[in-house]
Design a protein around this ligand. Structure first.
Ligand SMILES: *Cc1c(COP(=O)(O)O)cnc(C)c1O
Length: 438
């Protein structure tokens, strides 16, 4: 039902007189004609609205609280410029993301560097570029970074990533804050305590506080409260034993977006209320001066803003079993259904309002049986040439895209007030050959 699916699309989504989907004042049929498909369309208004919402909901409840955009959800220069304009900070998890941020002119002091195996080259680059914070994940990194900072003649401000042992009830592939995780210093094993002790003695590192990230997407607010309680209790013990000063604290990211009609998300205000409330309560309980707080939304900034457009092609009807409609993209541009079992909605974008229904499975064009974008969805009859629009495609689709089957990666456009700006052109066969050395 378009009326139920439309709210999952960007805030500017509408249907015009031709019965076509419109985003940012642009008819998507025109966009497909101009730029080809598969095409990723981003809506300027939704991106900016999400940035502003995070700043408002958190800073109104906890003065000075700031959002850092987790750029692994989608890392592109034009996007990072927009994020900087909106006043957010940035998370990067690799030298590549750091280089893109640098190329975008993103203010270095607003960047936080995460990751469980940062290389010495990556750490050196970050220190030399005077990155704001490095979130240290493990003992190897702690020693390496201290050495690099010393050799560079710089004191680096750091946070420690602590694993609080809290299960946020999401997919096990995206659960990060439990004991059995590759990320962070676990409190339960004593590693977190040893890390604080060591970090406080590192001559070239300045330990400013603690970071936790439970996983994503987290559809409940309670895990945040639980994680924050555990982190502050730990911080209080570290203060009392080793003199740790908690100047900064982050409860991480993982804020959900709505992918399907039947799985709504709690409003952002609920997350802000829970997180700000829990931090304030903890400060009162353990007598802390309120630390600077930052949250790290990735998906929640870009997810809803992005729509994937595909052209339908081959159709295979298997009587009493299933009807497959294949599109011109698939797991190369969106691997999430294949690796997480993620569910999506869709519209037939060139005849949105159409009450006829058939049950189809939208398959990709890649040579994998698991290359299915949406299993069993009720849509108006789809014929070859029809345009399929999948909402909530802004996060982790382009970011995880591959050249499997030597498929070129799709083009990306931004729409705003009836204008489209090409953010990245579609790859060509030349791009696929570019890196080959002989
Ligand atoms: C991935 C990640 C995020 C963002 O997760 P989302 O679900 O996109 O909000 C934030 N912080 C850290 C440390 C991460 O690894």
């Amino acid at each position: 039902m378009p009326s139920k699916t439309l709210p999952i699309f960007p805030v500017t989504a509408a249907v015009n007189e031709q019965n076509h989907l419109v985003i940012g004042g642009m008819d998507v049929v025109d966009l497909a004609a101009q730029f080809g498909t598969p095409l990723y369309v981003f809506d300027d208004a939704t991106l900016r609205r999400q940035c502003a919402a995070f700043t408002k909901e958190f800073s109104s409840r906890y003065p000075g609280a700031r959002a850092l955009y987790a750029s692994k959800a989608l890392s592109m220069r034009p996007l990072l410029r927009l994020i900087a304009e909106e006043g957010l900070g940035l998370d990067v998890v690799s030298g590549g993301e750091l280089a893109i941020a640098k190329a975008a002119g993103f203010p270095m002091e607003r960047i936080y560097f995460h990751g469980n195996n940062k290389s010495s080259a990556e750490l050196r680059q970050a220190v030399e570029w005077r990155i704001g914070r490095i979130v240290v994940d493990n003992f190897h990194e702690l020693a390496l970074l201290n050495e690099i900072a010393g050799a560079t003649g710089r004191r680096q401000e750091i946070l420690l990533r602590i694993s609080p042992g809290v299960d946020p009830h999401t997919h096990h592939h995206t659960t990060t804050g439990i004991l059995d995780s590759k990320f962070g210093f676990a409190i339960a094993s004593g590693d977190a305590e040893r890390a604080v002790q060591q970090a406080l003695h590192m001559p070239h590192l300045d330990l400013l506080g603690i970071h936790i990230h439970l996983g994503s997407p987290i559809y409940e607010t309670d895990p945040y409260r639980e994680g924050i309680n555990v982190a502050f209790k730990f911080a209080a013990a570290m203060r009392d034993t080793y003199g740790l000063r908690l100047k900064e604290f982050s409860p991480g990211g993982g804020f959900p977006i709505q992918y399907t009609v039947d799985k709504p998300t709690p409003p952002l205000a609920d997350y802000a209320e829970t997180i700000a409330g829990a931090i304030k309560d903890c400060c009162a309980t353990w007598e802390f001066e309120p630390p600077a707080v930052f949250v790290e939304p990735g998906r929640a900034i870009v997810g809803r803003a992005g729509v994937a457009l595909y052209t339908a092609g081959a159709r295979k009807e298997i009587p009493q079993v299933r009807t497959y409609v294949s599109v011109d993209g698939g797991m190369g541009d969106n691997i999430r259904p294949a690796i997480y079992g993620s569910r999506y909605e869709a519209l037939v974008a060139n005849h949105v309002k159409d009450t006829r229904r058939e049950r189809i499975t939208i398959a990709g064009k890649y040579c994998e049986s698991g290359d299915v974008l949406i299993k069993d969805i009720e849509l108006p009859p789809v014929a070859a040439g029809d345009l399929i629009a999948i909402p909530a495609s802004g996060a982790y689709c382009i970011a995880m895209s591959s050249n499997y089957n030597a498929s070129p990666k799709p083009a990306v456009v931004l729409v705003k007030d009836g204008k489209a700006t090409l953010w990245a052109r579609r790859e060509t066969a030349d791009d696929l050959l570019r890196r080959e050395a002989v």
